[in-house]
Design a protein around this ligand. Structure first.
Ligand code: LRH
Ligand code: MN
Ligand code: MN
Length: 388
């Protein structure tokens, strides 16, 4: 059995992956949302489910909220509820993609009253951050156009910068703005923040507390995502990951499910660039579980990240550097592949047991009867938002 060194175990012990509250709600495609028995009926129950994931893995100490999906009357109470269950409230995600007024844009809109409304929504999110104790405001914009000539792309970039400046100005010194990019969808011709370069240009003009969010599912097929990770870490602008995976377009599948090797390559660059357990780089999941059970789906996801992080830490750096210096093409590649092909699962199971955690969190959760319990207790779940 492969053993993991004390240094590697220390690194793994420090790992924390933020869960998305919306992963616990029902979700689906444009065609159908399939309800799951036991789905949370309010944000309090979503937090309770997220806390279960942490209880079985010790890997998920915080939960991201999405506003207005997780709107509550009393955020202090939601925060207390989370803390009572051993987790924190994390990133606040704004939402300007489900309001009729934003059909033609929000932070980029040429109509000043609509742009004002979108800016104000973000200011409201910052107010919420004060109550939840959140550091990061994450912004993803569903803005763009469907046809050439439909919009003035340049004017929209200028208005976006102005809107972001107004939002950034409202942040406290210990808060950050994180701007997510996505190469297409829902617009099909142009997108206002389609790539890391645009996100970088927009946040670099704001200041040090504005960073880029890299959602692993938001790239064209074939994109070398680990190169982007390397570059953003090099520039000190990688603020957060939204981890998920996809086979075709953006489907928010379980991280590492579609392409474990890609996840490995990303984590190798994270380790190389000093991004692991770095408070500046938030590890988050951004997933939906359309057909599988949600709590086990999240447990599987955080374990996938942990397993691949362990493999990335196993890369023999000194040997790799030497092989690279010697232009030993196949030798260098072989060193990387050796780490990738190492099965770390038995060593991780043993380590978990030594820390009082279940050796196999998936099996332990399945045996706990918790899913059956919440299915009996909760009647009528909420949508994650997509189908609502
Ligand atoms: C957009 C996105 C963004 C949203 C989330 C629900 O595709 O990745 O992060 O906030 O999905
Ligand atoms: Mn995302
Ligand atoms: Mn997405």
């Amino acid at each position: 059995m492969t053993t993991l060194s004390p240094e590697i175990l220390t690194q793994l012990e420090g790992q924390g992956i933020e869960l998305p509250s919306w992963a616990f709600g029902n979700s689906g495609t444009r065609f159908r949302v399939f309800a799951t028995a036991g789905t949370p009926r309010d944000p309090f129950e979503k937090i309770a489910d997220a806390a279960e994931v942490n209880r079985y893995t010790a890997l998920a100490p915080s939960v991201a909220l999405h506003i207005p999906w997780d709107k509550v009357d009393d955020y202090a109470a939601l925060r207390r509820h989370a803390e009572d269950l051993g987790v924190q409230l994390g990133t606040i995600n704004s939402n300007t993609f489900q309001d009729e007024d934003y059909k033609f844009g929000a932070l980029t809109h040429h109509d000043e009253s609509i742009r004002r409304k979108a800016i104000d929504h973000h200011l409201e999110c910052i107010d919420i951050m004060h109550e939840t104790g959140s550091r990061d405001l994450k912004i993803w914009l569903a803005e763009g156009s469907n046809y050439p000539g439909q919009n003035d792309m340049r004017g929209r970039q200028d208005r976006l910068q102005d809107s972001l400046q107004q939002i950034y100005a409202r942040l406290d010194d210990d808060q950050r703005l994180v701007l997510e990019y996505k190469f297409f969808e829902p617009s099909f011709y142009h997108t206002d923040v389609p790539d890391w370069g645009t996100s970088y240009a927009q946040v670099a003009a704001l200041g040090d507390r504005a960073m880029v969010c890299l959602d692993t599912g938001h790239h064209a097929p074939g994109t070398n995502i680990e190169f982007i990770v390397m570059q953003l870490l090099r520039l000190g602008k990688l603020g957060s990951f939204d981890f998920n995976s996809r086979f075709y377009a953006d489907d928010d599948l379980i991280v590492g499910a579609a392409d474990p090797f890609q996840l490995f390559r990303i984590l190798v660059e994270v380790v190389r660039g000093g991004g692991l357990n770095n408070p500046d780089v938030a590890f988050m999941l951004d997933q939906c579980h359309n057909i599988e059970d949600k709590i086990p789906g999240q447990i599987r996801s955080v374990l996938n990240v942990q397993e691949m992080t362990a493999r990335a830490l196993l890369v023999d750096r000194a040997a790799l550097d030497a092989a690279q210096q010697a232009n030993d093409v196949l030798g260098a590649n072989g060193i990387l592949m050796d780490a990738f092909y190492t099965d770390v699962r038995p060593a991780l199971a043993e380590w978990r047991a030594s820390r009082g955690l279940p050796a196999d969190p998936m099996a332990a959760y399945a045996a706990s009867g918790h899913l059956q319990k919440i299915a009996a207790e909760r009647v009528g779940g909420t949508q994650a938002g997509w189908g609502a």
